[in-house]
Design a protein around this ligand. Structure first.
Ligand code: BTN
Length: 333
C-alpha cells in the first residue's frame, strides 16, 4: 500500500466510463451497463459520474435515466490519450493525476523505482509545479499541459542537452501540426516563445554516472487555454495568442508523437545531434547575433550570441573573448 501522503493517480474507472460514454456518444447509457463494464455498483457509478463532473466533464443524466456525454471532454486521461499515441514509446504507460505536486517529481520518484522508459505522467493541476533554477511553474487546473516523460537513453550525459533542445523542437512541431500560423521562437536552452512571451518551459532532470545516463525526466509545461496571466509574468497562452480554445488532448498527442520521433532519431543516428543543433538555430532568434545578458549563479555578463558549440552550449562574444553559457538565464538586452 502506498504512503497516505503520496499523490494518488486518477481512478482508472473514470477513464473507462468516459471511453464508454464516448463510444456511445449518441445514446443514453444505463447506470447498470456502466456498472457491469467497470465491475462496480450503480451507486459507485453515480459517485464516479459526480467526480467526472467536478473535473469539468459535461455528463447529462442521473441513476434513473442513465448517462450521456454532452461534449467530448478535454481531459488528459490515459484512456483518451493512449489510443492517440499508438506506435510510440509512450503508448503503454500513461499515468494521470487529477492533482499532483509536480509531474517531474512524480516521474523522478517512479524512475528511481524502476519505471520503464516511455512512462508518461500527466496532470490536470500541479500544486508545486517546478521550473528551472528555483522558479515555480503556474499550473492551474485543466488550462495547460503538465507532462513529464521518463527516458533511459543509451547516451552519455553530455548528450542530454541535445535531447533537451530536441524537446523544444518537438513542442514547436506539435503546435505547428495543429496551427502552422503560430509564430514560435526557441530561446536557449528550453523556452518556447510566442510574441516574445513564454508559452512553454522544459525542465530536464537526470540521474547519471560519469559516462552513462541512468534515466532522464523531461518535464514540459505548455500554456494552452489560460485566459490571463499575472501582469509581472512575461507569459502567454495559445488561446490568448490565437483567440480560440485549443484541444489539450490533441496537442499532447501531437507532442508525444513528435517527441518520440526526435528521440528515436537522436538515438539511432550519429549525425542527428548536429541536425538538432542546426534545426534549433534555424528556429531561434537567440542563437546568432542577439545582444544578451547572461545571469549565471551570482554573476552576470553581456555580449552578442555567436551560435551553439558542438555539444549545444550557447556561445557569447564578450569584450573578453568567446564565453560559453553552461546553465545561466539568457535575457534580452
Ligand atoms: C522552466 O521554464 O523553467 C521549466 C518549466 C517546466 C514546467 C513543467 S510542467 C510539467 C513538469 N512538472 C514540473 O514541475 N515542471 C515541469
Amino acid at each position: 500500500m502506498s504512503a497516505p501522503h503520496q499523490p494518488q493517480p486518477t481512478d482508472l474507472r473514470l477513464g473507462h466510463i468516459v471511453r464508454l460514454l464516448m463510444e456511445h456518444a449518441t445514446v443514453v447509457v444505463s447506470g447498470t451497463k456502466i456498472a457491469d463494464e467497470i465491475s462496480s455498483s450503480r451507486s459507485e457509478v453515480w459517485r464516479l459520474i459526480q467526480q467526472l463532473r467536478s473535473m469539468g466533464v459535461d455528463v447529462a443524466g442521473h441513476p434513473a435515466t442513465g448517462y450521456q456525454l454532452r461534449s467530448v471532454p478535454d481531459l488528459l486521461l490515459p484512456e483518451i490519450v493512449r489510443p492517440l499515441v499508438r506506435g510510440t514509446i509512450f503508448e503503454s504507460q500513461v499515468h494521470h493525476f487529477y492533482k499532483v505536486g509536480s509531474t517531474n517529481t512524480a516521474a523522478m520518484a517512479a524512475a528511481a523505482e524502476g519505471a520503464p522508459e516511455g512512462s508518461v505522467f500527466l496532470a490536470e493541476e500541479q500544486t508545486a509545479g517546478r521550473g528551472r533554477g528555483a522558479n515555480s511553474w503556474q499550473s492551474q487546473r485543466s488550462t495547460g499541459i503538465y507532462c513529464s516523460v521518463i527516458l533511459r537513453p543509451p547516451l552519455p550525459p553530455a548528450d542530454v542537452l541535445a535531447m533537451s533542445l530536441a524537446t523544444g523542437l518537438a513542442v514547436l512541431t506539435a503546435i505547428h501540426e495543429i496551427d502552422s500560423r503560430v509564430e514560435l521562437d526557441l530561446k536557449w536552452p528550453n523556452d518556447v516563445l510566442l510574441n516574445g512571451k513564454k508559452i512553454c518551459g522544459i525542465l530536464t532532470e537526470m540521474n547519471a554516472e560519469a559516462t552513462r545516463v541512468r534515466y532522464i525526466v523531461i518535464g514540459i509545461g505548455i500554456n494552452v487555454n489560460q485566459a490571463s496571466f499575472p501582469k509581472d509574468l512575461p507569459a502567454t497562452s495559445l488561446r490568448l495568442a490565437t483567440g480560440s480554445e485549443w484541444s489539450r488532448v490533441e496537442l499532447v498527442a501531437a507532442l508525444l508523437k513528435s517527441l518520440d520521433r526526435e528521440y528515436r532519431q537522436l538515438k539511432s543516428d550519429s549525425d542527428s545531434k548536429e541536425d538538432v543543433l542546426r534545426r534549433f538555430a534555424e528556429n531561434s532568434s537567440w542563437v546568432f547575433g542577439k545582444r544578451v545578458r547572461i545571469e549565471e549563479n551570482d554573476s552576470a555578463f553581456e555580449g552578442t550570441t555567436e551560435g551553439l558549440d558542438p555539444r549545444g552550449f550557447l556561445q557569447v562574444r564578450t569584450p573578453h573573448g568567446l564565453q560559453m553559457v553552461l546553465s545561466g538565464t539568457v535575457r534580452d538586452r
